[in-house]
Write a protein of this length. Structure first.
Lengths: 42, 489
C-alpha cells in the first residue's frame, strides 16, 4: 500500500500493536498521521 | 527501623464477591441500557445465582481450589461445565454471596450514606456475624440496622440516592450522595469506592487470619494499588484508600498510601513494598487492592448476544504481605525488575524485551529459566464473546515469539512454550487485579511446597486511557524459591 502523501489515523491496541508504533511506521512510509489512539479491550 | 533484608512475599489472599444485582450499575450496562425500558428484566435471564458462580471453574482457580493446569484441561465452555462440590472458601480466599456482601458494604460506610432495607440488613448482619474472618469477633464495625422501604424511596426520589435493586427488582437499599453539588461524591461514585474498600478489607482480613500471619498491630505500612478515585471536587483522586482499609481491618499502627498506574499499579506497589523492606524502613508491608464496580458487566453485550451468563458478576480483591526474609517464603528479586521506561517505545518487541529479557539477563537468566509467567490473566470466556480476543494467549504468544527471536526455541516451539510456561486466563475482568495478580497464591504454594523454582509477574497499564500520555506502562517482577528452602527441599 502506498502511504506517501496520505493522511493516516493510527488506531492501535495495547496487547497488539499500540497506536504510537503504528503512527511511527506510517510516518516512516511518508504519511501524515492526523490522529493516534490506542484501545484497551480489558 | 531495623537493618535491611531481602524481601519475601510471605502470604497472599484473593477474594471474590458475587454481586449480580450490582452488574446493572457497572459503567457499560449503565450506559448501554439507558434506552432499555426495564434493565433489570433485560439482564435477569443472564445473571447467575451464587452457587453457579461458585462452581464456575475460573472462580475456583481464583480461590486456589483448582490449579491452572486443571483449568487448561477443563472442558469448555467453562460456564457449562461446573465444578462438582465447589467450595466457597479456598486456600487463597472466598467467594462471598451478595446478601452478605451488602452487609459488608454497609459496615464499611462510616458516614451512613448507604442504607439497606430492614430485612436485607438483618439477614446480612446474621450471616456476617458468623463469618470466619469478618465476623462479629473480628472487631469490625457492625452492620447498621436497616431502614423502612418508604424512607429508602424518599431518599431516591427527593435526595438523589442511587437505588440498589435486586435481581428480582426488589429494593435492597440506596446510596445517598456525599454532597449536594459534588460530581465526585455522587451515590454512584461512593458505591464504587465502598465496593473497592470492602473487597480490599475482606482480602486483608483473610490475609491476617492465616495461621502464622503477621498480627494486625505489626503491619506498619499499607499500599493500596486499586484504580478507584477517592476524593472530592477539589482533589478528585485525593486517595489513601490504603489507610481507610487498614483502619477498618484493625491495623492500628499502620499508615499507608495509594500507588496508581492503571492495571500496572500492583506491580509498582509490590516493587515499592519490597524496597521498603529492603531499606529497613518497615519490616511488614501489606499491598492490597479492592475491586472495580465500574467493570462489572463490561462485556455483557457479548454474553447476552451469545446466550450465555454474564460472567463479569464478581468483584475481586487481593492482599499480599511483603516481609523480611524468613528463610522459607519466595524471594522478590529487586535486582531483576523489568521496566517499561519512557524511552522504551511502544513497538511490541521493544516492550517485551524491556519487561522480560533485559531484567532476566541482568540476573544472568533467560526466559527458559522461568517456570511460569503470570501476565494479563483475563478470562477469555468474558472477552471473546464480545470480540475482545483471548488477551492472555495473545500476550503469551508474543512472549513465545521473543523466545524465538532470542534463539531460545524454534518457531515451532511457541505452542509448547505457551502451554508449559503460561496458563489460561481465569480472572474476572477486574483491571488491576487481573493483571498478573491472581496467580500469586498458586505461585507461593508452588515455590514453597511445590515444584516451581522461579516465576515472573508482569503487569501492564493503559495510561493512554487517561489522555495525559500516549504511553502504556509495564513492570515485571521475579519471584523465586527461597535459597533456604531450596537447601532443605
Amino acid at each position: 500500500m502506498e502511504l506517501r502523501g496520505k493522511k493516516v489515523i493510527a488506531l492501535g491496541e495495547r496487547d497488539g500493536v499500540p497506536g504510537p508504533a503504528l503512527a511511527e511506521c506510517a510516518r516512516g512510509a511518508g504519511a501524515e498521521v492526523v490522529l493516534t489512539l490506542t484501545a484497551c479491550y480489558v | 527501623m531495623t537493618r535491611g533484608a531481602t524481601p519475601v512475599i510471605r502470604a497472599a489472599s484473593l477474594v471474590l464477591a458475587h454481586v449480580p444485582s450490582l452488574v446493572r450499575l457497572g459503567s457499560k450496562p449503565l450506559r448501554a441500557l439507558r434506552e432499555v425500558e426495564n434493565p433489570i428484566e433485560y439482564l435477569r435471564p443472564h445473571l447467575r445465582d451464587w452457587a453457579t458462580a461458585c462452581a464456575y471453574a475460573p472462580n475456583q482457580v481464583f480461590l486456589g481450589n483448582l490449579g491452572v493446569d486443571d483449568l487448561a484441561a477443563w472442558p469448555t465452555p467453562w460456564h457449562r461445565h461446573p465444578v462438582a462440590g465447589a467450595q466457597r472458601f479456598g486456600p487463597d480466599g472466598e467467594i462471598m454471596p451478595e446478601d452478605e456482601f451488602l452487609g459488608l458494604l454497609a459496615a464499611c460506610d462510616g458516614f451512613d450514606l448507604l442504607a439497606l432495607d430492614r430485612d436485607v440488613a438483618e439477614r446480612a448482619r446474621t450471616a456476617l456475624d458468623g463469618h470466619p474472618v469478618v465476623g462479629r469477633d473480628s472487631g469490625r464495625p457492625a452492620v447498621p440496622a436497616g431502614i423502612a422501604a418508604g424512607v429508602l424511596r424518599e431518599r431516591i426520589e427527593r435526595h438523589h440516592a442511587v437505588p440498589l435493586a435486586g435481581v428480582d427488582g426488589r429494593l435492597l437499599g440506596a446510596v445517598l450522595p456525599g454532597h449536594e453539588e459534588d460530581d465526585t461524591l455522587t451515590g454512584q461514585v461512593l458505591l464504587e469506592n465502598l465496593a473497592c474498600k470492602a473487597t480490599a478489607a475482606l482480602a486483608l482480613r483473610h490475609l491476617l487470619a492465616r495461621p502464622g500471619a503477621v498480627a494486625a498491630a505489626d503491619v506498619r505500612y499499607v499500599i493500596n494499588c486499586g484504580e478507584e478515585a477517592v476524593g472530592d471536587r477539589y482533589q478528585r483522586g485525593g486517595g489513601n484508600v490504603a489507610k481507610a482499609v487498614a483502619e477498618w481491618a484493625g491495623c492500628a499502627r499502620a499508615t499507608g498510601s495509594d500507588v496508581k498506574a492503571f492495571c500496572c499499579g500492583p506491580m509498582h506497589a509490590l516493587m515499592l513494598a519490597g524496597a521498603l523492606v529492603r531499606s529497613g524502613l518497615y519490616d511488614d508491608v501489606v499491598v492490597l487492592a479492592g475491586g472495580s464496580l465500574a467493570k462489572l458487566g463490561m462485556k455483557f453485550q457479548g454474553h447476552v448476544k451469545h446466550g450465555m451468563p454474564i460472567v463479569e458478576d464478581v468483584l475481586a480483591g487481593f492482599a499480599a504481605h511483603v516481609a523480611r526474609d524468613d528463610g522459607v517464603s519466595p524471594v522478590l528479586r529487586l535486582d531483576a525488575v523489568g521496566r517499561h521506561e519512557v524511552g522504551s517505545g511502544s513497538a511490541p518487541l521493544a516492550v517485551v524485551k524491556a519487561l522480560y529479557s533485559e531484567p532476566l539477563a541482568r540476573a544472568g537468566l533467560t526466559l527458559l529459566d522461568v517456570d511460569r509467567f503470570s501476565l494479563e490473566l483475563h478470562n477469555p470466556e468474558a472477552t471473546e464473546p464480545a470480540g475482545s480476543g483471548n488477551v492472555p494467549l495473545t500476550n503469551y504468544r508474543t512472549l513465545g515469539s521473543l523466545a524465538v527471536v532470542e534463539k531460545l526455541i524454534g518457531r515451532e516451539g511457541i505452542d509448547d512454550f505457551v502451554r508449559a510456561r503460561g496458563m489460561p486466563g481465569f480472572s474476572p475482568t477486574q483491571g488491576h487485579i487481573a493483571s498478573a495478580i491472581p496467580y500469586l497464591g498458586h505461585a507461593l504454594r508452588g515455590l514453597t511446597g511445590g515444584t516451581l523454582a522461579r516465576t515472573m509477574f508482569t503487569g501492564k497499564g493503559s495510561l493512554f486511557l487517561g489522555r495525559m500520555t500516549q504511553l502504556s506502562d509495564g513492570i515485571s517482577l521475579v519471584l523465586e524459591r527461597n535459597p533456604g528452602r531450596a537447601a532443605t527441599a
